[in-house]
Design a binder for this molecule. Structure first.
Ligand SMILES: NC(=O)C1=CN([C@@H]2O[C@H](COP(=O)(O)OP(=O)(O)OC[C@H]3O[C@@H](n4cnc5c(N)ncnc54)[C@H](O)[C@@H]3O)[C@@H](O)[C@H]2O)C=CC1
Ligand SMILES: O=C(O)[C@@H]1CCC=N1
Length: 259
């Protein structure tokens, strides 16, 4: 299967390099106006070009990975050469509704197989939580796009109404998770560990928490109950974090992200 990736930044670069690193059998061409982002991809053996129309011409699946304010002009550029009878478009773009993409893609009253895809930066390491929103897409094209993003982590097909929440939790959420790690490391340094040791401790602890929660029937509150000895140390820390607004600030941050 041939894939064209338009835009070689954080998302487009991670799709191409992630698929290559996973040893997938896709023939990938990446296009980007400047050469800087293309160089490492070329060194991995990926075909590169600065011409978007060249990249999309032979592709079975076209992945758009440009900023939201650029996507309209990129669609206008590639629309004349796209063959809607055989090509699927997956748009990685935040905050652009499906109906707007349809308006930009419309050609002779036709649309391509079209979906919005929302991954996160962990594609780089094959661990993205990715959402797929079919906008104008049948089962075969959705399953082809699922195949791509399952090679880069885990994917979930959702409806467009859930996309803002999904974006907040997972695509932006990876930054929120990093901020928890950074805060814990800073606390660990104040308590006497070197930053590198504190980071290792925090990451191993998070790995343990994830493994505990991934067991069937597991719940964060019951895991917390096992840690909080009555009158003990853990509950003092937890209550102090809640006095400072921990849960509330996370919920408010997610809601602000969706607004
Ligand atoms: N960065 C993230 O964590 C996430 C980003 N997204 C979405 O992914 C899309 C891409 O974002 P990033 O990769 O972060 O942006 P980026 O700025 O890292 O990459 C965009 C790339 O597009 C290239 N570009 C600019 N004009 C172009 C054109 N006319 N033709 C082809 N390429 C062109 C730029 O040179 C750049 O390499 C955005 O729409 C964003 O909303 C979605 C989920 C997560
Ligand atoms: O911050 C943003 O707008 C993009 C969308 C999801 C993650 N980064």
């Amino acid at each position: 299967m041939k894939i064209a990736v338009i835009g070689a930044g954080a998302m487009g670069g991670a799709v191409a390099s992630g698929l290559c690193a996973a040893g997938c059998d896709y023939k990938i061409t990446v296009s980007n106006p400047s050469a800087g982002h293309l160089k490492p991809l070329k060194e991995m053996g990926i075909a590169v070009t600065s011409d978007n129309t060249v990249a999309v011409r032979d592709a079975d699946i076209v992945i758009l990975a440009v900023k939201p304010w650029i996507i309209e002009s990129v669609i206008a550029e590639i629309r004349p050469v796209l063959d809607y009878s055989r090509q699927t478009v997956a748009a990685i773009v935040a905050g652009v509704p499906g109906r707007q993409l349809c308006e930009w893609f419309l050609k002779d009253s036709e649309l391509p197989q079209l979906m919005i895809v929302m991954p996160n930066t962990a594609m780089e390491v094959g661990s993205s939580m990715t959402f797929i929103v079919p906008v104008n897409a049948g089962e075969a094209s959705v399953s082809a796009v699922e195949g791509i993003f399952n090679s880069l982590g885990t994917s979930m097909v959702i409806d467009e109404a859930h996309l803002p929440a999904a974006t907040a939790l997972a695509s932006c959420g990876i930054a929120y998770a990093m901020r928890y790690v950074r805060a814990s490391v800073e606390g660990g340094v104040e308590l006497g560990f070197k930053a590198s040791q504190a980071q290792q401790i925090v990451l191993e602890t998070l790995k343990g928490a994830v493994a505990l929660l991934q067991r069937p029937g597991s719940h964060p509150e019951s895991e917390i109950d096992k840690v909080t000895t009555p009158g003990g140390l853990t509950i003092r820390g937890l209550n102090e974090m809640e006095h400072a607004g921990f849960t509330s600030s996370v919920v408010r941050g997610l809601k602000a992200c969706v607004k």
